[in-house]
Design a protein around this ligand. Structure first.
Ligand SMILES: CC(C)(COP(=O)(O)OP(=O)(O)OC[C@H]1O[C@@H](n2cnc3c(N)ncnc32)[C@H](O)[C@@H]1OP(=O)(O)O)[C@@H](O)C(=O)NCCC(=O)NCCS
Length: 166
């Protein structure tokens, strides 16, 4: 499927939250309220993909990436708190989601590449993320380096730090 990747609008936050809820457990999923707060605070960290053929206003979102511009090198619990913090040129990826029925069709690869380019235009020089073991190779193929076990406690899972310098 061909997709258009663009910066998100406020109205997209509800659609992003719906996909988030569908792909993550309740313990791990970020709420719509959190997405709204984040969008108000750092809209430059929101990218979405829509099917290239879709009509502009009614388009469903196929994928989304939400990052928080931060001065911190790695992802920690603070990144997920609804609390102002200093911005910096490391964009911490808070979530990366592809709609369940569209997964494993190559969209994630396209979405990640296109979003990193968009975020670069918004000032990103580095990217950090915390992922589970099974996705380390995926991010590794996109240039992310492993940075050890993460201090992130989100959902009680074991997370691995990954880091990319542009
Ligand atoms: C992770 C995710 C964003 C990847 O998007 P996608 O469109 O499914 O990925 P692609 O189809 O582009 O996959 C490319 C490759 O990445 C790897 N990959 C993707 N999902 C994987 C998974 N769940 N387990 C292991 N490898 C995976 C595979 O090597 C895959 O190639 P293959 O399908 O030929 O084996 C998507 O599966 C998703 O939303 N997962 C649930 C939420 C999540 O875990 N997000 C990541 C947070 S760090």
């Amino acid at each position: 499927m061909k997709i258009n990747v663009r910066m998100a609008k406020e109205a997209d936050t509800a659609k992003i939250a719906a996909i988030e809820k569908a792909v993550f457990s309740p313990e791990e999923a970020l709420s719509e309220e959190t997405f709204r707060w984040c969008f108000a605070s750092f809209p430059e960290g929101f990218a979405v993909a829509e099917p290239a053929a879709a009509a502009a206003e009614s388009a469903d979102i196929a994928a989304a990436i939400v990052c928080r511009p931060t001065a911190m090198r790695l992802v920690t619990d603070e990144i997920y708190e609804r609390k102002e913090m200093s911005k910096g040129d490391t964009f911490a990826i808070m979530t990366f989601i592809v709609a369940p029925h569209l997964q494993r069709q190559g969209l994630g690869d396209k979405m990640l590449e296109a979003s990193l380019a968009l975020f670069r235009e918004k000032g990103a020089k580095n990217f950090s993320l915390a992922c589970k073991e099974h996705l380390k190779a995926f991010y590794g193929r996109h240039g992310f380096r492993e940075a050890g076990l993460s201090r992130l406690t989100l959902g009680g899972a074991v997370w691995h730090d990954m880091y990319l310098t542009l």
